[in-house]
Design a protein around this ligand. Structure first.
Ligand SMILES: [Fe+2]
Length: 388
């Protein structure tokens, strides 16, 4: 078993010293990807070295024809997602679209640096930040809002991506986050993790979350394209709540700019080390089933002017939709179940016993349809619910 650094142990908030364990702690701890930390897929904070030696050096780990390659053949994409846990959608962005995204990301990144609101991540061996991270992108450009919709307006292969994500996540999936990662030279690799680590294990044999990234630059071994462990989605599912024995070798995603990378939320992955001189940029959209709480909670974080011009599809995808019925999910009946708090929506409040003259609640249009008939039937039968 790998020794875990004190800092990480503290962050986990629990030390396994043989004393009686709090209820269910083992399962909650797995949402921190403790199983991957135990295998050494992180960088020691003191030495700046990967604990499991060189998991970020991947060239030669697999023959190229064993791994997914960019394609727009839907059967191949499905098979890659099932077998490897990720696929590469060729030319998801046209070259003109790629320029639009690249220019907007660069301008926004500079603007955030100049305005002293930039977020920096990762660090080199001296502790100096190497990467910039842009978050909540729906507020920062129409092309990003279009991408969240997976709309053909800005994403040439948007309909193909939308349909694959619907296969992965079911209808009415929502956007978890919309971000851009700009990786500069020599950042240490990210601790490996899974997109759906917010879901406690055991995981069922299907994803709750799905990553859809757009390569803004060519990705390769040298510039540290996203590290993945092919097939790990199945291994983590099969392991249930038990420890992981070991995992197959890592690889870096290698594909041209404009490619979309779709990853099953159970796939082990992380940012690689950029050993080139140039920036490596990635637009990162993550989506999940509609009953999971979002990382970027758009109903709280969206800018008013973006909300006001958003299309119905964008609003639904940002989570401005009610969801009812647990894992099955359906658009339910009831005040709280079909409308979110939004401009102009008037929820039912505290009512007096005689409320027939009450204010016109937004819910009434929907609920009144069957209610008059139901109440009449109840009254006809002198049902206790209908007695005044
Ligand atoms: Fe990730």
């Amino acid at each position: 078993m790998v020794q875990i650094s004190k800092k990480i142990t503290r962050r986990l908030g629990y030390v396994d010293d043989g004393s009686p364990k709090p209820l269910y702690i083992r399962f909650h701890r797995n949402t921190f990807q403790r199983d991957l930390i135990d295998l050494g897929y992180y960088v020691d904070v003191d030495t700046h070295q990967t604990v499991l030696a060189d998991y970020d050096r991947t060239e030669g780990n697999y023959p190229p024809d064993e791994l997914p390659r960019p394609t727009d053949d839907v059967e191949t994409l499905r098979e890659d997602l099932e077998v490897h846990g990720y696929c590469l959608v060729a030319d998801a962005l046209s070259s003109a679209e790629l320029e639009v995204f690249r220019d907007r990301i660069d301008a926004q990144a500079k603007g955030e640096r100049d305005a002293a609101v930039a977020s920096y991540t990762s660090a080199d061996a001296t502790g100096m930040p190497t990467n910039q991270f842009l978050m909540t992108l729906v507020n920062k450009g129409q092309c990003f809002a279009d991408a969240v919709e997976l709309s053909e307006r800005s994403v040439a292969k948007g309909p193909l991506l939308d349909s694959l994500l619907t296969e992965m996540l079911g209808n009415r999936f929502i956007c978890n986050s919309a971000a851009a990662a700009i990786a500069g030279p020599n950042g240490v690799p990210q601790a490996l993790h899974c997109g759906q680590s917010m879901i406690p294990k055991p995981w069922p044999p299907w994803p709750f979350e799905c990553f859809c990234g757009f390569l803004i630059d060519d990705f390769d071994f040298d510039n540290g394209g996203t590290i993945v462990i092919p097939g790990s989605h199945r291994i983590l599912t099969d392991a249930g709540t038990g420890p992981l024995e070991s995992l197959p070798k890592t690889t870096n995603v290698a594909a041209p700019a404009g490619t979309a990378l779709i990853m099953d939320g159970r796939l082990v992955h992380g940012t690689g080390t950029n050993r080139s001189d140039a920036l490596r940029r990635l637009l990162i959209l993550t989506f999940h089933k509609p009953f999971v709480r979002q990382q970027e909670q758009w109903p709280l974080s969206i800018r008013r002017e973006v909300f006001e011009k958003a299309s119905p599809k964008l609003l639904e995808r940002l989570g401005f939709q009610a969801w009812h019925g647990g894992l099955g999910g359906y658009e339910g009946a009831g005040d709280g179940s079909f409308a979110p708090l939004r401009d102009g929506y008037l929820p039912i409040g505290e009512l007096p016993a005689r409320a027939d003259e009450a204010t016109s609640f937004t819910a009434r249009d929907r609920l009144a349809r069957g209610n008059d008939k139901t109440l009449k039937s109840l009254r006809d039968k002198d049902h206790p619910l209908a007695r005044d």
